[in-house]
Design a protein around this ligand. Structure first.
Ligand code: NI
Length: 177
């Protein structure tokens, strides 16, 4: 049975750290149907509302290997990555990164500078794409989400100390909700 059959897609919202659903490794998507398309549409809506450039299924509470992105926020730049795999990484680049599930957190993270991803589109067609700069960063950040990893796990020890208070506030907000 399709996991999405039991989900009320219109009522999905972006969940926040430390919600344990952000830690769920994604299942491989096998059905490329209307429900999947409705989920993708909803994820774009939530991503734009949050002023983000990428959003993974875990961030709406679903354990699926899926993310959406729009690195330029242009109408014709919407991208969908189903069952993503990073197949080639090279170079290193360090830049500030944020996450809609960790509001107000901005940390410098070292990532590969150029990344080739293999994924499927919303119809299940396999494609490969090489990205650099922001796009390479999105590939890595969002694929991390689909495996249950967050930028909080990738922070340097110094960044962890600097952001301890912010993380604690998010933990307290979650505990009292
Ligand atoms: Ni994120």
């Amino acid at each position: 049975m399709n996991l999405l059959d039991a989900v009320d897609i219109p009522s999905l919202t972006i969940i926040k750290y430390p919600d344990p659903r952000l830690r769920m490794p994604g299942e491989t998507v096998t059905q490329f149907d209307e429900r999947l398309h409705a989920l993708i549409e909803k994820m774009f809506e939530l991503m734009y509302k949050g002023n983000g450039v990428g959003l993974a299924a875990q961030q709406v509470g679903l354990p699926l290997r899926l993310f959406v992105a729009n690195p330029t926020l242009a109408d014709d730049d919407e991208r969908v990555y189903v069952n993503p795999e990073l197949i080639e990484l090279s170079g290193t680049a360090e830049a500030e990164e944020g996450c809609l599930s960790l509001p107000n957190l901005s940390v410098s993270i070292k990532r590969a500078a150029v990344v080739t991803i293999r994924a499927m589109d919303a119809e299940g067609n396999v494609f490969e794409e090489t990205g650099e700069d922001l796009l390479a960063r999105i590939f890595q950040h969002e694929t991390d989400h689909t495996e249950g990893r967050l930028i909080a796990d990738r922070m340097s020890p110094i960044a962890k100390i600097a952001n301890r208070r912010l993380l604690k506030e998010l933990e307290e907000t979650f505990a009292s909700s």
